[in-house]
Design a protein. Structure first.
Length: 303
């Protein structure tokens, strides 16, 4: 009886004027929920902005907030192998897949790298086994993501549907303006050959016309061997690769060695909102990354 009353309180919170409690599995989704939900939502990300997003330890306080959440929004695919354990610990069927309180943001996204599932014998299905999970790094994907968020929030709080629609329209209008500027800034570097440390950047590369020649990790999560790195740096020189993209948590001893031997410049891009003080929201994330990339690429003449 007490549990039923608690659930009724959660479902009725919006009607009483309290913001909907939303839990997301990334800071990027948190920013997009806030863009749509505005003051009608209170959002927490289970994953921090930096660190391995595939290996998150959910803290007891976060588990408690999950129990009180009206909505869970996740990246999906196999991006969060840790989420199943957290949901089991919470033990709340409201947050189960298929419920009104659960949103998988990967639905409706045109995924990349779906053709070759990857496996590791010691841990089963490996990261990116169902397609590359870093789809938020194509800013165009913010459109279907925010549309799905709008639908989920409106199902829980239909009285504020117009408010959510207005917020999303404002967000997509700003996205349109910034995307035009980003594409103009990146136009000079369309076709540029790059190497990445981790398969984080295929959506970013596709949107801005970059050619990913190789990855420092031979398979996501697998460190490179000395022979692999030797072959990689040979290919980089042959292809005239000038940019190596790293993340803030990359192994920079390896990154710097590969860049030096391959004749490239390493540039650290930010993969998630909050990973840099200037990348405080979803749109600012791309402002930072486009600026960093173009400043690094400007050191080299266009091939």
């Amino acid at each position: 009886m007490l549990r039923a009353l608690a659930l009724l309180f959660l479902w009725s919170a919006a009607a009483w004027g309290a913001p909907l409690s939303v839990v997301t599995t990334s800071t990027d989704l948190k920013s997009l929920v806030e863009a749509v939900g505005g003051e009608k939502v209170k959002v927490e990300s289970l994953a921090p902005p930096l660190g391995d997003p595939h290996a998150v330890e959910v803290k007891p306080g976060q588990l408690a907030r999950m129990k009180n959440a009206a909505l869970l929004v996740r990246i999906g695919l196999d991006h969060e192998p840790w989420l199943g354990r957290a949901l089991a610990a919470v033990g709340d069927t409201r947050l189960a897949p298929g419920s009104a309180n659960y949103l998988d943001a990967s639905r409706g996204i045109e995924l990349l790298q779906t053709e070759t599932p990857r496996f590791r014998s010691d841990k089963g299905a490996h990261l990116h086994g169902f397609g590359n999970t870093h789809y938020w790094l194509d800013p165009e994907n913010a459109r279907p993501i925010t549309a799905a968020i709008l639908g989920a929030l409106a199902r829980l709080d239909d009285a504020d549907r117009a408010y959510f629609e207005t917020n999303r329209k404002r967000f997509t209008g700003e996205l349109d303006m910034r995307l035009k500027r980003w594409l103009e800034q990146m136009q000079l570097y369309r076709g540029a050959k790059i190497v990445v440390t981790h398969e984080t950047w295929p959506y970013f590369a596709r949107r801005f016309g970059l050619d990913v020649v190789a990855t420092v990790e031979p398979t996501p999560g697998v460190p490179p061997s000395a022979s692999y790195l030797a072959e990689l740096t040979r290919r980089m020189r042959e292809a005239s690769v000038k940019i190596l993209i790293a993340e803030p948590y990359s192994n920079f001893s390896v990154v710097n060695e590969v860049a030096e031997r391959g004749g490239a410049r390493a540039v650290t891009l930010i993969p998630s909102v909050g990973g840099n003080p200037e990348a405080g929201d979803y749109l600012s994330l791309f402002d930072v990354d486009i600026k960093r990339f173009t400043e690094a690429a400007a050191r080299y003449p266009k091939p």
